[in-house]
Write a protein that binds this ligand. Sequence first.
Ligand SMILES: *Cc1c(COP(=O)(O)O)cnc(C)c1O
Length: 390
Amino acid sequence: MTTTPAPPTDPATTGLSAWVDVDLAAIRDNVAELSRRAGSAEVMAVVKADAYGHGLVPCARAALDGGASWLGVAQLAEALELRRAGVTAPLLTWLFAPGADVLGALEADIEVTVGSAWSLESVLAATRSLGRPARVQVKVDTGLGRNGVLTDWSEVVAAVARARAEGAIEVTGVWSHFAYADAPQHPTVRAQQERFVEAVAELERAGVRPGLRHLANSAATLTNPSAHFDLVRPGVAVYGLSPVPDLGSPADFGLREAMRVTARLAGVKAARAGQGVSYGHEYTTTQDTLLGLVPVGYADGIPRAAGNRGPVLAGGRRHTLAGRVCMDQVVLDLGPDSTLGPGDEVVVLGRGVDGEPTAQDWAEAAGTINYEIVTRMGPRLPRRHLGGPA
Ligand SMILES: *Cc1c(COP(=O)(O)O)cnc(C)c1O
């Protein structure tokens, strides 16, 4: 097996059991690559869910450095956090429930999505106190069957046109989202694009200049140039993960993973052949061996479904978890000859080079998608942001 030298010990991690390193240079480069592939379309880097677990504010800044002209988040609170941190870039949000502080968002120059008659009413109510038109984008459900205006597009278009004529709102964009972007040949992809073009035309006929038209997430940004329109909204690809692992690896798309999760062995001990390991003894040693204790568990985002399957790089070798994932720890069967000891670093997740397991490897081990692996890395793991501006 390979004998990757242990990474140099960094005093900044002394005393940490486990942590997440985020390579901001990778995020910058990934956005630059996505921007290149988007051609004349602008890039809205999606930084919702704490930048997919990578840390909201530093990743937002890195994405802007890489050439994103917009940032996208799901919730108003995420956008307000960016504003509080001093991020001034254009910001779009797309999800709020009745009673949300829409006025607070509009006052902070955050664009809000109108995806229903009631959400337009919420915006109009806020506008009465705003003292200027609210900047909104209108979302049409072209077939995803999730949020956005589905059957009552004509009514919402009429209400939007009225509100605009009254000077209550300014419509800066119209957008939608795919159901099958990860299967570019799926018939719904073309059907949704056609429906989108029709919906935009209807808005124009009502006298509303649609501003930015956008539809493409990461998968469509990388695989479907006909869906780029005026702006693309990549999320997972910003962090260097492939949205279409069956069609290409991150490297195939010119991207590289930004997240690495490292842990320090919290124990190494001898065990006899036949020793059951972890709850329920779903793993049993087959020889006299050494067991390594890794201090991360499902509370940190290690999927419990990856018991006996999840990969960890320890001492330059890939190991598979021995037994169940516990709340705070997992166990590796290091073999009888391991020279590893307490305090040695193991890589739980990283880039697919030098034997490091990837988020995609974990997704396959746990029966899920790479998105879920990185976004669930828990708050107990401190984030270190590397490669940022000096
Ligand atoms: C999350 C999200 C994106 C980004 O999706 P990826 O598949 O991560 O690129 C884009 N648009 C909307 C509406 C989203 O919710």
